[in-house]
Design a protein around this ligand. Structure first.
Ligand code: CA
Length: 227
């Protein structure tokens, strides 16, 4: 899986990163809250490990900000503070698990794997229907329906919507869309994505009370069950 570690203590960070790599995972690290938040919103991860006390932005603020932006990447909070109140605060902020330092690597690994399994859709491989709110996309019939109304999409719009729905609740960046929907190499000057997103919105969201496709400023787009 792809992991993000946000931890300012170099030794702890290196220890976790080394262990996770040895366990076969791909690891990105950030040493400040600001860098961590940037990575968490611009890249896509299966699980994040977030230290509570960090320079610039603390761990709880990072998680609260991400949840507010619709990013649902499971987060395990690391903390030197083991009081019950701190645990509650961490979970209230949108954290999914909480581990007190010092911890054993074996326990951290197990907890991270549990978080990933909980998030991964068990039927992913055989899934033929994707949904976001009242929007349904059928991969077999290639029909898109919202609120009982069929929506006609061009092939590219269908692929774009499918990619976003497969990453529901996660910010998809322009780079991700270019690589996965257009098979282009990254060209930051192109506005092809914005044009297609705008068209897709016109078909999927126009005339409905709830907009499912949202822009995350400076990061990309996210499709969600609700806003
Ligand atoms: Ca710290």
């Amino acid at each position: 899986m792809r992991l993000l570690i946000i931890e300012d203590e170099k030794d702890v960070c290196a220890f976790i990163a080394k262990g996770m790599k040895e366990a076969g995972h791909i690891v990105d690290v950030a040493a400040t809250g600001k860098d961590g938040l940037f990575l968490a919103t611009t890249e896509s991860y299966d699980v994040m490990i977030v230290d509570r006390m960090l320079p610039e932005l603390d761990g709880l603020t990072i998680i609260r900000t991400l949840r507010g932006a619709g990013v649902k990447t499971p987060a395990l909070i690391l903390s030197a503070l083991g009081e019950v109140d701190d645990r509650i605060m961490g979970l209230r902020a949108g954290g999914d698990d909480y581990l007190v330092k010092p911890f054993s690597f074996a326990e951290l690994l197990v907890r991270v794997e549990v978080l990933q399994r909980r998030m991964a859709s068990p039927a992913h491989e055989t899934q033929t229907q994707l949904s976001a709110g009242d929007l349904r996309l059928d991969l077999l019939t290639r029909k898109v329906v919202r609120g009982g109304q069929e929506i006609e999409l061009q092939a590219r719009e269908f692929r774009l919507l499918e990619y976003m729905m497969r990453h529901k609740g996660q910010v998809v960046t322009r780079t991700m869309l270019l690589e996965n929907v257009w098979d282009y190499n990254f060209d930051p000057q192109t506005n092809v994505i914005d044009v297609h997103i705008s068209r897709l919105r016109g078909k999927v969201d126009k005339g409905f009370d709830t907009a499912l496709i949202r822009t995350v400023r400076g990061a990309g787009y996210v499709i969600d069950d609700h806003v």
